[in-house]
Design a protein around this ligand. Structure first.
Ligand code: FES
Length: 289
């Protein structure tokens, strides 16, 4: 059992210094990182959703706007972003992270709680809303399917298969988001919860296998959480830089037709993108005299 070590209080101070038994890093580093990263992500999200147009460049669509829902004058992102924000805000890992960072809850039980009111757990407003997590999981499950579709469309350049930096980024983002979503504690409970016996029926055995798969992702849930947060951020930023003309998307376009039909999102193409097949096209024949 890990036990915090209480160092002798410095002379003149009434409070003992507590050494973190789980890490040699300074205790303030993790909460500072969480506060900084979540605050910056929140401000960036509010800015792009409320004040910026839909991030769409050629066949690329930002995860902030997917699925693209046009409804009157309402910014498209608002109709989409609420679900991942509620999902992340109520995620078991993020709860731990922001309780410890924004509200200065102790990282281990050997450290005193700051003085606050009577403990009511998550039974009173607003923390009772954390129970929405399992419901938003269903919404996010559907959204991940849309993002998979978007990632496939991202390899479609005017009906031809191609690989651009943006395509790779979108595919990578979907992998990280899937790792985060399908390692969710709520899914783990759906897969293997409320079972008294894992081997008593075919359904129970199947659920056990599913539970094991979810557990593989679940043990690193915190890493999937951060990696997917940054990949969503980076994907949106990259597409916006393309839209602004600040960046050129390096890409290789092949002669093969895309497996998707030419998308309605393929109206833009960088003039500097040279199809690979153009390099191999037959030379024009010279008419003999
Ligand atoms: S517990 Fe983190 S996504 Fe469900």
């Amino acid at each position: 059992m890990a036990v915090s070590e209480r160092a002798a209080p410095p002379a003149g101070s009434g409070r003992a210094r507590v050494r973190n038994p789980y890490s040699s890093l300074p205790s303030w580093l993790y909460p500072s990182f969480v506060v900084l990263a979540l605050t910056m992500f929140g401000v960036y999200t509010a800015w792009v959703v409320l004040f910026q147009p839909v991030a769409q460049s050629g066949s690329y669509l930002s995860p902030f706007d997917s699925p693209l829902i046009i409804a009157g004058g309402i910014p498209a992102g608002i109709l989409v972003v609420w679900a991942p924000l509620v999902f992340r805000g109520t995620c078991y890992y993020y709860r731990k992270a922001y309780f410890r960072s924004f509200f200065w809850h102790p990282r281990s039980c050997a450290v005193d709680e700051p003085k606050r009111g009577p403990y009511r757990g998550e039974t009173a407003f607003p923390w009772v809303l954390n129970n929405l997590h399992r419901f938003t999981f269903y919404v996010i499950f559907v959204q991940v399917l849309f993002l998979v579709f978007d990632a496939i469309i991202g390899f479609d350049f005017h009906g031809r298969f191609g690989i651009g930096f943006g395509s790779v980024l979108m595919a990578f983002n979907v992998v990280l988001l899937s790792g985060y979503t399908f390692g969710c504690h709520a899914l783990r409970h759906l897969a293997g919860g409320s079972l008294d016996c894992f081997s008593c029926s075919t359904v129970a055995r199947t659920r056990y296998q599913l539970w094991r798969c979810v557990t593989v992702l679940n043990v690193r849930h915190d890493r999937w959480a951060w990696a997917s947060l940054f990949s969503v951020w980076l994907t949106d930023l990259y597409i916006r830089l393309l839209m602004a003309g600040v960046r050129h998307d390096p890409r290789l376009i092949f002669c093969w037709p895309s497996i998707t039909r030419p998308s309605r999102r393929t109206s833009w193409c960088s003039a500097r993108a040279v199809p690979a097949c153009a390099l191999r096209s037959p030379r024009p024949r010279v008419a003999r005299a």
